[in-house]
Design a protein around this ligand. Sequence first.
Ligand SMILES: [Zn+2]
Length: 335
Amino acid sequence: MLFYDPRFLEHVSSPMHVERPERLRAIVERLRTEALLTDVRTPSAATVAELRRVHRQPFLEFFRDLTEGFLDPETAVHPETWGIALLAAGATIQATRASVAEGRPAVALVRPPGHHAGPDYGGGFCYLNNIAAAAADQVAQGRRVAILDYDAHHGNGTSEIFSDEAAVLYISTHQYGIYPGTGAAEDVGKGEGRGFNVNIPFTSGCGDESFRIAYDDLIEPVVREYKPEAILVSLGIDAHYRDPLTGLSLSSPGYVDLMTWSAELAKELCGNRLVVVLEGGYHLQALAEVYAGVVARLQGRRIDLELTQLLDPKGKGRPAVEATKRAHKEFWNLR
Ligand SMILES: [Zn+2]
C-alpha cells in the first residue's frame, strides 16, 4: 500500500532548490507507468500531540507561526509549509499504523523529507521528522522499532531524538564528513540508548559491495538480536552513483537488493511490518526507477532497471563496517 497526497507536490522551498516537486512527480509517474500505483491511501495531517513526542513545543510554535522565513539557509518556510509538513508526518504515522495492523509493507511517498529535523530544529531541507514521529507513535503503544536509514546523509535528527531511547534502534549508513557532519562509528547513543545508535560512516565511492558487507556483517545480525516489532526505513536515493549531491555509488539493483533483504528480515522477524519512507535523492531517473523497483519487489515483481553500473566491486567500505563493529562489540553478538 502507498500513502500519497498531491499536496506534497505543492511544497517549493525556493525556485531552484534541488529538493523539488519533480522528485516525487518522477516517482509517481514511473509507478503509474509500471502499473504499480495501486492501493493508494490518502493521509491526514499529524496532530501537534503526535509531533510533541519528537519535537519540543517552542520549536513547533516557532515553525507554525513563522509563515515566512528560514529554519536554515536551505530550508525556507512559506505560509503553506507547516500544513504540508504536518501532512507528510501524518502520512508516515498512518502508513506505519496500517503496516502494523495489516502485516504488510507500506510506502510513504512524502515531501518534505524529515530525518535531519531534531527535537528543536529543522534544517537540511527537513522541517518535521516524519519517520521519528511514526516510530514514537509505535513506542507510545508499547512496541520496539528499528529504523534503517539508507539515505546518503546521516539522519542527525532521528539519531538525536532517540539517542537515549532503547525502544528505538537506529542504524544509519551514510557518507561521513559531508552534511550534517554527525554519524561517527563511536557515537553509540547515551544512557539507556547506548548500543541502540549504530552509525556506519562510509567514505566517498562506497557502493553495492560495501552496503552488502554492512548489511551481512552488521545490520542483519544487530536487527535479528534486537527483535523489533516493526522495521521503518528512511529510504533516500542520494547514495546512488548518479546522485549529484554525494559521493556514494549504489546502483539501482544495489538499492533494490538492499531493500529486498530488509523486507525479508521484516517478514521473518516482525510479521511483514515494513514501512518505507522517502527522504532525499536528487537524480530523477534514479529516484523513479529505485522506488518503482522497490515497490515492485514488495509485490513480488521485478521491473527493468537501467542504472546498473557496479562501481565498488571490492567493497571499500569494509574498514568503516569494522570500525562500527568495534564500537558495538560490547552491545551486540557480532562475528
Ligand atoms: Zn540525504
